[in-house]
Design a protein around this ligand. Structure first.
Ligand SMILES: [Fe+2]
Length: 384
Protein backbone atom coordinates (compact mmCIF):
# COMPACT_ATOMS: atom_id res chain seq x y z
CA UNK A 1 0.00 0.00 0.00
CA UNK A 2 1.36 3.43 -0.87
CA UNK A 3 0.20 6.32 1.28
CA UNK A 4 0.50 9.84 -0.11
CA UNK A 5 2.86 12.21 1.69
CA UNK A 6 0.86 15.16 2.97
CA UNK A 7 2.69 18.36 3.87
CA UNK A 8 0.85 21.46 5.09
CA UNK A 9 1.63 24.96 3.86
CA UNK A 10 4.63 25.97 6.02
CA UNK A 11 5.27 29.60 6.97
CA UNK A 12 8.76 29.76 8.46
CA UNK A 13 11.36 32.20 9.67
CA UNK A 14 11.58 35.09 12.10
CA UNK A 15 8.24 36.90 12.22
CA UNK A 16 6.28 34.07 10.54
CA UNK A 17 3.68 34.32 13.32
CA UNK A 18 2.52 37.61 11.76
CA UNK A 19 1.00 35.52 8.95
CA UNK A 20 -1.97 34.99 11.25
CA UNK A 21 -3.28 38.44 10.41
CA UNK A 22 -3.80 37.30 6.81
CA UNK A 23 -6.18 34.48 7.69
CA UNK A 24 -9.70 35.34 6.51
CA UNK A 25 -11.78 33.34 9.01
CA UNK A 26 -13.87 35.35 11.50
CA UNK A 27 -14.52 32.93 14.37
CA UNK A 28 -11.27 31.68 15.83
CA UNK A 29 -10.67 29.20 18.64
CA UNK A 30 -7.15 29.19 20.10
CA UNK A 31 -6.20 26.01 21.98
CA UNK A 32 -3.17 26.37 24.25
CA UNK A 33 -1.86 26.22 27.82
CA UNK A 34 -1.72 28.87 30.53
CA UNK A 35 1.99 29.68 30.02
CA UNK A 36 1.65 30.31 26.29
CA UNK A 37 -1.60 32.20 26.84
CA UNK A 38 0.22 34.52 29.24
CA UNK A 39 3.25 34.95 26.97
CA UNK A 40 1.51 35.40 23.62
CA UNK A 41 -2.23 35.93 24.32
CA UNK A 42 -2.13 39.70 23.70
CA UNK A 43 0.00 39.30 20.56
CA UNK A 44 -2.37 36.67 19.17
CA UNK A 45 -5.44 38.80 19.87
CA UNK A 46 -3.79 41.75 18.09
CA UNK A 47 -3.85 39.74 14.84
CA UNK A 48 -7.60 39.25 15.04
CA UNK A 49 -9.07 42.68 15.80
CA UNK A 50 -12.78 42.90 14.97
CA UNK A 51 -13.02 39.09 14.89
CA UNK A 52 -14.61 36.70 17.39
CA UNK A 53 -11.82 34.94 19.30
CA UNK A 54 -11.99 32.42 22.12
CA UNK A 55 -8.94 31.15 23.97
CA UNK A 56 -9.15 27.69 25.58
CA UNK A 57 -5.99 27.53 27.71
CA UNK A 58 -6.65 24.56 29.99
CA UNK A 59 -4.22 22.16 28.32
CA UNK A 60 -1.63 20.63 30.65
CA UNK A 61 1.48 18.55 29.92
CA UNK A 62 0.62 14.93 29.05
CA UNK A 63 -3.00 16.02 28.55
CA UNK A 64 -5.71 13.94 30.16
CA UNK A 65 -8.57 12.76 27.97
CA UNK A 66 -10.97 14.76 30.16
CA UNK A 67 -9.21 18.09 29.44
CA UNK A 68 -8.98 17.31 25.74
CA UNK A 69 -12.69 16.42 25.58
CA UNK A 70 -13.48 19.71 27.36
CA UNK A 71 -11.67 21.54 24.54
CA UNK A 72 -13.89 19.66 22.09
CA UNK A 73 -17.00 20.77 24.02
CA UNK A 74 -15.81 24.39 23.86
CA UNK A 75 -15.37 24.07 20.09
CA UNK A 76 -18.82 22.53 19.67
CA UNK A 77 -20.40 25.46 21.53
CA UNK A 78 -18.29 28.23 19.98
CA UNK A 79 -18.49 26.92 16.38
CA UNK A 80 -15.14 28.24 15.08
CA UNK A 81 -14.19 28.60 11.41
CA UNK A 82 -10.54 28.28 12.37
CA UNK A 83 -8.91 26.29 15.19
CA UNK A 84 -5.37 27.29 16.11
CA UNK A 85 -3.25 25.02 18.29
CA UNK A 86 -0.26 26.89 19.71
CA UNK A 87 2.23 25.46 22.22
CA UNK A 88 4.12 22.23 22.70
CA UNK A 89 2.91 18.81 21.61
CA UNK A 90 0.21 18.71 24.28
CA UNK A 91 -1.47 21.94 23.13
CA UNK A 92 -1.28 20.95 19.47
CA UNK A 93 -2.64 17.47 20.25
CA UNK A 94 -5.51 19.03 22.21
CA UNK A 95 -6.25 21.31 19.24
CA UNK A 96 -6.32 18.26 16.95
CA UNK A 97 -8.75 16.54 19.31
CA UNK A 98 -10.98 19.65 19.42
CA UNK A 99 -10.88 19.79 15.60
CA UNK A 100 -11.97 16.12 15.44
CA UNK A 101 -14.73 16.44 18.05
CA UNK A 102 -16.05 19.62 16.43
CA UNK A 103 -15.88 18.13 12.94
CA UNK A 104 -17.77 14.99 14.01
CA UNK A 105 -20.35 16.09 16.56
CA UNK A 106 -21.81 12.65 17.22
CA UNK A 107 -18.49 10.91 17.91
CA UNK A 108 -16.46 10.50 21.09
CA UNK A 109 -12.69 10.95 21.30
CA UNK A 110 -11.91 7.22 21.44
CA UNK A 111 -14.08 6.59 18.37
CA UNK A 112 -11.28 8.05 16.25
CA UNK A 113 -10.18 5.47 13.69
CA UNK A 114 -7.38 5.98 11.21
CA UNK A 115 -9.24 3.95 8.57
CA UNK A 116 -12.38 6.14 8.54
CA UNK A 117 -12.94 9.30 6.50
CA UNK A 118 -14.49 12.16 8.47
CA UNK A 119 -14.44 15.24 6.22
CA UNK A 120 -13.34 17.36 9.18
CA UNK A 121 -12.33 20.32 7.02
CA UNK A 122 -15.96 20.99 6.14
CA UNK A 123 -16.52 22.47 9.61
CA UNK A 124 -13.30 24.37 10.21
CA UNK A 125 -9.66 24.83 9.32
CA UNK A 126 -6.77 23.71 11.55
CA UNK A 127 -3.50 25.65 11.94
CA UNK A 128 -0.71 24.45 14.26
CA UNK A 129 2.10 26.55 15.73
CA UNK A 130 4.83 24.84 17.77
CA UNK A 131 6.49 26.89 20.52
CA UNK A 132 8.88 24.04 21.37
CA UNK A 133 11.31 22.39 18.96
CA UNK A 134 10.72 18.69 19.09
CA UNK A 135 7.42 16.88 19.09
CA UNK A 136 6.68 17.39 15.39
CA UNK A 137 3.01 17.06 16.29
CA UNK A 138 2.26 19.93 13.88
CA UNK A 139 2.82 17.51 11.00
CA UNK A 140 1.53 14.20 12.21
CA UNK A 141 -1.82 12.46 11.95
CA UNK A 142 -1.55 11.32 15.58
CA UNK A 143 -2.23 12.61 19.05
CA UNK A 144 -1.41 11.20 22.48
CA UNK A 145 -3.73 11.49 25.49
CA UNK A 146 -3.61 10.03 28.98
CA UNK A 147 -6.55 7.72 29.63
CA UNK A 148 -7.85 8.82 33.03
CA UNK A 149 -9.30 5.35 33.70
CA UNK A 150 -6.00 3.47 33.34
CA UNK A 151 -3.24 6.11 33.45
CA UNK A 152 -1.97 4.78 30.13
CA UNK A 153 -0.86 7.09 27.33
CA UNK A 154 -2.96 6.27 24.29
CA UNK A 155 -2.15 7.10 20.65
CA UNK A 156 -5.03 8.04 18.33
CA UNK A 157 -4.78 9.00 14.68
CA UNK A 158 -6.59 10.30 11.63
CA UNK A 159 -4.82 11.58 8.51
CA UNK A 160 -7.28 14.48 8.52
CA UNK A 161 -5.54 15.85 11.64
CA UNK A 162 -2.64 17.00 9.47
CA UNK A 163 -3.35 20.75 9.48
CA UNK A 164 -3.78 23.01 6.48
CA UNK A 165 -0.98 25.29 7.67
CA UNK A 166 1.97 25.22 10.08
CA UNK A 167 3.76 28.30 11.37
CA UNK A 168 7.42 27.86 12.36
CA UNK A 169 8.62 31.07 14.00
CA UNK A 170 11.94 30.49 15.81
CA UNK A 171 11.39 33.53 18.03
CA UNK A 172 8.81 31.39 19.87
CA UNK A 173 11.51 28.79 20.61
CA UNK A 174 13.76 31.44 22.18
CA UNK A 175 11.49 31.51 25.23
CA UNK A 176 11.97 27.79 25.98
CA UNK A 177 13.80 27.07 29.23
CA UNK A 178 16.90 24.84 28.99
CA UNK A 179 15.22 21.69 30.34
CA UNK A 180 12.42 21.96 27.80
CA UNK A 181 14.93 22.57 24.99
CA UNK A 182 16.71 19.35 25.98
CA UNK A 183 13.59 17.21 26.38
CA UNK A 184 11.91 18.33 23.17
CA UNK A 185 15.18 18.25 21.21
CA UNK A 186 15.84 14.66 22.29
CA UNK A 187 12.33 13.78 21.18
CA UNK A 188 13.13 15.23 17.75
CA UNK A 189 16.42 13.32 17.49
CA UNK A 190 14.77 10.05 18.55
CA UNK A 191 11.96 10.59 16.07
CA UNK A 192 14.38 11.31 13.22
CA UNK A 193 16.49 8.19 13.97
CA UNK A 194 13.49 5.90 14.46
CA UNK A 195 11.90 7.23 11.28
CA UNK A 196 15.20 6.80 9.37
CA UNK A 197 15.41 3.15 10.42
CA UNK A 198 11.74 2.36 9.86
CA UNK A 199 10.67 -0.25 7.34
CA UNK A 200 8.28 2.33 5.91
CA UNK A 201 10.96 4.89 5.11
CA UNK A 202 10.92 6.34 1.59
CA UNK A 203 13.34 8.54 -0.39
CA UNK A 204 11.22 11.56 0.53
CA UNK A 205 11.13 10.92 4.27
CA UNK A 206 14.77 9.82 4.40
CA UNK A 207 15.96 13.13 2.95
CA UNK A 208 14.18 14.90 5.81
CA UNK A 209 15.35 12.38 8.43
CA UNK A 210 19.01 12.60 7.50
CA UNK A 211 19.03 16.39 7.37
CA UNK A 212 17.24 16.52 10.73
CA UNK A 213 19.70 14.05 12.33
CA UNK A 214 22.75 15.96 11.04
CA UNK A 215 21.31 19.31 12.15
CA UNK A 216 20.25 18.09 15.60
CA UNK A 217 23.61 16.47 16.36
CA UNK A 218 25.29 19.78 15.53
CA UNK A 219 22.86 22.38 16.85
CA UNK A 220 20.90 20.81 19.73
CA UNK A 221 23.82 21.00 22.21
CA UNK A 222 24.32 24.64 21.14
CA UNK A 223 20.62 25.52 21.55
CA UNK A 224 20.62 23.87 24.98
CA UNK A 225 23.91 25.53 25.93
CA UNK A 226 25.66 28.81 25.43
CA UNK A 227 23.92 29.64 22.12
CA UNK A 228 20.42 29.42 23.57
CA UNK A 229 19.84 33.08 22.72
CA UNK A 230 21.05 32.79 19.11
CA UNK A 231 18.03 32.94 16.81
CA UNK A 232 19.92 31.25 13.95
CA UNK A 233 20.75 28.27 16.17
CA UNK A 234 17.16 28.13 17.44
CA UNK A 235 15.84 28.26 13.86
CA UNK A 236 18.04 25.30 12.87
CA UNK A 237 16.66 23.14 15.69
CA UNK A 238 13.09 24.38 15.21
CA UNK A 239 13.11 23.54 11.49
CA UNK A 240 14.93 20.21 11.93
CA UNK A 241 12.40 19.10 14.55
CA UNK A 242 9.55 19.94 12.22
CA UNK A 243 11.22 18.10 9.33
CA UNK A 244 11.52 15.03 11.53
CA UNK A 245 7.79 15.48 12.23
CA UNK A 246 6.92 15.35 8.53
CA UNK A 247 9.14 12.28 8.14
CA UNK A 248 7.95 10.17 11.04
CA UNK A 249 4.33 11.18 10.39
CA UNK A 250 4.78 9.19 7.19
CA UNK A 251 7.42 6.59 8.11
CA UNK A 252 6.44 5.78 11.68
CA UNK A 253 8.50 5.29 14.83
CA UNK A 254 9.77 2.34 16.88
CA UNK A 255 10.35 0.78 20.26
CA UNK A 256 12.06 3.81 21.84
CA UNK A 257 8.67 5.47 21.53
CA UNK A 258 6.47 2.62 22.72
CA UNK A 259 8.81 1.98 25.70
CA UNK A 260 8.99 5.75 26.27
CA UNK A 261 5.20 6.11 26.29
CA UNK A 262 4.98 3.38 28.95
CA UNK A 263 7.74 4.95 31.09
CA UNK A 264 6.08 8.36 30.82
CA UNK A 265 2.69 6.96 31.85
CA UNK A 266 4.10 5.02 34.81
CA UNK A 267 6.65 7.51 36.20
CA UNK A 268 5.54 10.91 34.81
CA UNK A 269 8.90 11.66 33.21
CA UNK A 270 8.89 14.07 30.20
CA UNK A 271 8.34 12.29 26.91
CA UNK A 272 11.58 13.46 25.25
CA UNK A 273 13.66 12.23 28.18
CA UNK A 274 12.05 8.77 28.21
CA UNK A 275 12.50 8.21 24.48
CA UNK A 276 16.01 9.69 24.52
CA UNK A 277 17.12 7.37 27.32
CA UNK A 278 15.65 4.34 25.51
CA UNK A 279 17.17 5.23 22.12
CA UNK A 280 20.69 3.68 22.48
CA UNK A 281 19.19 0.39 23.75
CA UNK A 282 16.70 0.27 20.88
CA UNK A 283 19.44 1.06 18.33
CA UNK A 284 21.41 -1.91 19.75
CA UNK A 285 18.35 -4.21 19.78
CA UNK A 286 17.48 -3.34 16.17
CA UNK A 287 21.02 -4.13 14.94
CA UNK A 288 20.10 -7.28 12.95
CA UNK A 289 17.56 -5.34 10.85
CA UNK A 290 19.13 -1.88 10.72
CA UNK A 291 22.89 -2.20 10.16
CA UNK A 292 22.74 -0.70 6.65
CA UNK A 293 20.56 2.18 7.82
CA UNK A 294 23.06 2.94 10.58
CA UNK A 295 25.82 3.14 7.96
CA UNK A 296 23.64 5.58 5.97
CA UNK A 297 23.09 7.74 9.08
CA UNK A 298 26.79 7.72 9.96
CA UNK A 299 27.72 8.66 6.38
CA UNK A 300 25.50 11.72 6.59
CA UNK A 301 27.44 12.63 9.74
CA UNK A 302 30.69 12.23 7.72
CA UNK A 303 31.66 9.05 9.58
CA UNK A 304 32.77 6.18 7.35
CA UNK A 305 34.65 2.89 7.65
CA UNK A 306 33.69 2.06 11.24
CA UNK A 307 33.87 -1.59 12.28
CA UNK A 308 30.61 -1.67 14.21
CA UNK A 309 28.14 1.00 12.98
CA UNK A 310 25.58 0.00 15.64
CA UNK A 311 28.01 0.53 18.51
CA UNK A 312 29.20 3.79 16.95
CA UNK A 313 25.69 5.26 16.54
CA UNK A 314 24.63 4.10 19.98
CA UNK A 315 27.73 5.68 21.55
CA UNK A 316 27.13 8.93 19.64
CA UNK A 317 23.61 9.09 21.08
CA UNK A 318 25.03 8.41 24.56
CA UNK A 319 27.55 11.23 24.01
CA UNK A 320 24.83 13.73 23.14
CA UNK A 321 22.80 12.57 26.17
CA UNK A 322 25.87 13.26 28.33
CA UNK A 323 26.40 16.67 26.71
CA UNK A 324 22.76 17.48 27.50
CA UNK A 325 23.21 16.20 31.08
CA UNK A 326 20.55 13.53 30.58
CA UNK A 327 20.80 10.15 32.35
CA UNK A 328 21.91 7.09 30.40
CA UNK A 329 19.75 4.57 32.25
CA UNK A 330 16.23 4.38 33.68
CA UNK A 331 17.65 3.87 37.17
CA UNK A 332 19.41 7.24 36.90
CA UNK A 333 16.02 8.84 36.17
CA UNK A 334 15.37 8.40 39.92
CA UNK A 335 13.22 5.30 39.48
CA UNK A 336 13.80 3.25 42.67
CA UNK A 337 14.23 -0.55 42.54
CA UNK A 338 10.94 -0.87 44.38
CA UNK A 339 9.00 1.36 41.95
CA UNK A 340 10.64 -0.46 39.09
CA UNK A 341 9.57 -3.90 40.32
CA UNK A 342 6.05 -2.73 41.12
CA UNK A 343 5.51 -1.19 37.69
CA UNK A 344 7.44 -3.69 35.58
CA UNK A 345 4.53 -5.89 34.46
CA UNK A 346 2.43 -2.84 33.59
CA UNK A 347 5.31 -1.34 31.56
CA UNK A 348 5.73 -4.55 29.56
CA UNK A 349 1.98 -4.88 28.91
CA UNK A 350 1.59 -1.27 27.84
CA UNK A 351 4.59 -1.53 25.51
CA UNK A 352 3.30 -4.81 24.07
CA UNK A 353 -0.09 -3.22 23.42
CA UNK A 354 1.25 0.01 21.90
CA UNK A 355 0.66 -0.01 18.15
CA UNK A 356 4.16 1.46 17.59
CA UNK A 357 5.73 -1.78 18.88
CA UNK A 358 4.17 -3.60 15.91
CA UNK A 359 6.07 -1.42 13.43
CA UNK A 360 9.48 -1.59 15.11
CA UNK A 361 11.98 -2.78 12.46
CA UNK A 362 12.89 -5.88 14.53
CA UNK A 363 9.98 -7.91 15.82
CA UNK A 364 9.96 -7.65 19.62
CA UNK A 365 8.50 -10.52 21.67
CA UNK A 366 7.31 -10.10 25.27
CA UNK A 367 10.62 -11.64 26.39
CA UNK A 368 12.54 -9.10 24.30
CA UNK A 369 10.57 -6.18 25.78
CA UNK A 370 11.26 -7.43 29.32
CA UNK A 371 14.99 -7.73 28.60
CA UNK A 372 15.22 -4.36 26.83
CA UNK A 373 13.60 -2.66 29.83
CA UNK A 374 15.83 -4.48 32.31
CA UNK A 375 19.02 -3.67 30.38
CA UNK A 376 17.91 -0.02 30.02
CA UNK A 377 17.19 0.15 33.74
CA UNK A 378 20.66 -1.13 34.59
CA UNK A 379 22.47 0.71 31.77
CA UNK A 380 23.81 -2.45 30.09
CA UNK A 381 24.68 -2.78 26.39
CA UNK A 382 22.11 -4.97 24.60
CA UNK A 383 23.68 -8.34 23.66
CA UNK A 384 20.70 -10.36 22.43
FE1 LIG B 1 8.11 11.59 20.33
Amino acid sequence: MSLPIKIPVIYHGVGALDQLKNFKENRILIVTDKTISKLYGAQLLSYFEKKEVKIFDEVEPDPKDTAVIKGGDVARKFKPELIIGIGGGSAMDAAKAAYFLYGQQSLKLYDMNVMIEYNLKEKSKLVLIPTTSGTGSEHTPGLVVTNTQTGQKVSLASFELIPSAVILDPTLALRMPQKLTVATGLDALTQAIESATSKMVSDFTQALNLYAIKTLFEYLPKAAGEDAGDIKVRAKVHNAASMAGIAFGNSGLGLAHSCGHALGGAFHIPHGITVGVMLPYVIEFNKPECKDKYVEILECLNITGVKDPTAKLSSMVKDILKKLKTPLSIKELSVSENDWKQNFEKLVNWTKGDIITMINPRMASEEHIKKIFQYAYEGRVIDF
